[in-house]
Design a binder for this molecule. Sequence first.
Ligand code: F6P
Length: 334
Amino acid sequence: MTGGGDCPGLNAAIRGVVVRAIAGGVDVIGVEDGWEGLIDGRFRTLTRDDVRGIVRRGGTILGTSRKDPFVHGDGYASVEATVEAAGIETLVVIGGDGSLRTAARLSSEGLRVVGIPKTIDNDIGGTDVTLGFHTAVQIVVDAIDRLTTTAESHNRVMVVEVMGRSAGWIAAYAGMAGGAEAILVPEEPIDYKDLAARLMRRHRSGPDYSVVVVAEGAPGPGGEIRTRGADQFGFQRLGGVGDEVALAVEQMTHFETRVMTLGYLQRGGIPNAFDRILGTRFGVRAAELAIEGRSEVMVAVRGDEIVTVDLEDACSNPRPLDPAFFNTASWFLA
Ligand code: F6P
C-alpha cells in the first residue's frame, strides 16, 4: 500500500515489490487508497502485467489517503478483518513519517510490516534519502531557472515558496542548485531585517533582481508557522509564508516583489531516473525482506547501499536539514 502524500517514484517501488515477490513465489495484493482501503477492505491482486510500464508513471496506481486506523478507527482492530480476509502475511507500507509511524504501531500489535520511506520532504530518519525527493528538487530547480529570467527582466525580487514541512531539504538543495540569493528554512526563524539588508546590499552592488526560496514551514521571527487549517483527516496544511516574506521584503526594501508558490507541481508527474532506480531497489529489497519473514524494518539508503533499519527508530527520529550542507549553500547567498 501507499500512504500519505504521493510523490514521484511510488509506482517504481510498487513494480519492484510485485516483480520480486512473484519471482519468489509470493502473491501480491495491492491495497487501494492507503489505510482507507485496508479499513474498508478494498484490495486487488497485482500481477506482472498490472505493473508493466509503470516505472515511469507519476502518482500511485494504488491511490493514497491520509486516513489513519489509529485516528479514524480502533487501531489494529479496524484493519484485522481485511488483513485476514485478504490473507496478507506481510504488509509493505510505502509511506512518509505518518504512515510509517502507523505501520510501526500496527507491527507492535502483531501485523508483520516492512516500510519503504517515501516523501519529497526527505525528512525520514535512518536513510540518506527518501523516494521522490530528487525529482521534486529538479522540478523546483527548473522553476527557479525560469523565475530567475523573469525576475531579471523586470528587476524584481521573486519569492519562491516550496514544500518540505518542518525540514529545509527541498529549499536548500533547490536553492543551491538554482543559485538563489536567499534560502529560508524551517530549521531557523526568518530574520527579516537581515534578509532585507542582504538584498539591498546585493542590488546596490549591481544585480537588480533576486530570488528568495522559502520553505513552507519556515517560522516567522516569533517562531510562528503559517498554516491553511487542517484537512478532513486533521492534517495541518502549511502554506502562505511566501506572501508574508514578499510583503516584508517589499515594505523594507521598496523593491518590486512577486511570489510563486510551487505547491503540488513539486509532487506530480514523472519520476526522474534517480527515483525510478531508488524505487525499484527499495521495492525489490522490501519484497525480499517480506519473503524472509522479517518485520518492523524499513529499507533505507546508506551511501550507495540499500540497507535495512529498525522501523520504529527511523520514524521516531525525523531528519532535519544537515547544517553542514546548509553552511555550504550559504556561501553563495546574498
Ligand atoms: O509530506 C509531503 C507534502 O507534500 C508536504 O511537503 C506538504 O506540506 C504536504 O505533503 C501537503 O499535503 P496534502 O497533499 O495533504 O495537502
